[in-house]
Design a protein around this ligand. Sequence first.
Ligand code: SF4
Length: 383
Amino acid sequence: MDHAKLSASGAKRWLLCHPSIRLEEEFIEETSSYAEEGTVAHALAELKLRLALGELTKAQYKKQLEEFKKEHSTYYNEEMEEATTTYMEAVMELYAEAKSSCSDAMIMLEQRVDFSKWVPEGFGTSDVVIIADNIMHITDLKYGRGVKVSAEDNPQLKLYALGAFNEYAMLYDIGQVKMTIIQPRLDHISTSELVIEDLIEWGDTYVKPRALLAYNGEGEFAPGEETCRFCRAKHVCKARAAQQLDLMKYELQSPETFSNDEVAELLTKVGPFVEWAKDIADYAYKQATEKDVKFKGWKLVEGRSTRRYKDTLEVVKVLKAAGYDEALIYEKNLLSITAMEKALGKKQFKELLSDQVIKPQGKPMLTPKEDKRPEFQFIKDAF
Ligand code: SF4
């Protein structure tokens, strides 16, 4: 796949930490199973939308779906089927809404958008662009379920919007842009609206100078949880290290033990520090095991290993021949809730088992007070 040096998906980082682009160049972009799963879900969603829009006949869709299932059997499942249907329905609803106010409304799927007017060589692919009377919709599917993604002030969607506006402003009168993120596995839809003048001002005055710095490998480092999390250079970046080490500098006021206030202050620093330290350890391990890199004073040794059967079928054969009953040698386990939901499909699971699922009170965890969740209440034991 063609990749822009300054991608829209990485904009949150390079808009703040401009030299990250230069540092990242030294490290190969590794794909993950989550990224691959997301790509597969996008392809399925596109197929469903093309059917819903009449670009594919039912027969064509069926044939392509069968091929799709075969090709992507590792990731295709009931959950993906349901999530992409939810997404398709939400997009079709947006399109119907646009058509109700403008019969000429048009919809484009997997639209390449060029925002190089603001970002050197900048381009990307927007999942869906809808243009109606005076309004343009930029819609994005997020298949992940780790973190809820907000459309509010989202630079990826804003860059897509700039690119689409650049392309269609000559043909359509566009005064407003509505950006929507649909995250079906979290039942999450987030929208944000912007008048075109504000979008262009953001592009001209905020994006353009920063993109130029990033493109030239100049500008300031801006370490932070948000910026560093997915940076490919995070394991060896000295700016991030300096920030962490600086944060851990602590003036010991009382001579012997920490007061509770001091522990509270340290707690805010410990999480990111541990994450940073773990990143370094992971990096060193990968270098040593995959690239045979030697670190002075360190060596690889054999870790603990546990016993396992060489051939499970042979084990069963031997035990049966020795007269052991299956009930003794096998254990029967009920599928976990997630696995059962996957096996039955969400709808069937809800129908059959909603009364059987309980959610016990979770363990208390310490978290900064800005956390949106309500404060933990201990359930008092009646006795
Ligand atoms: S690790 Fe953080 S500070 Fe370092 S280049 Fe990446 S984003 Fe910037």
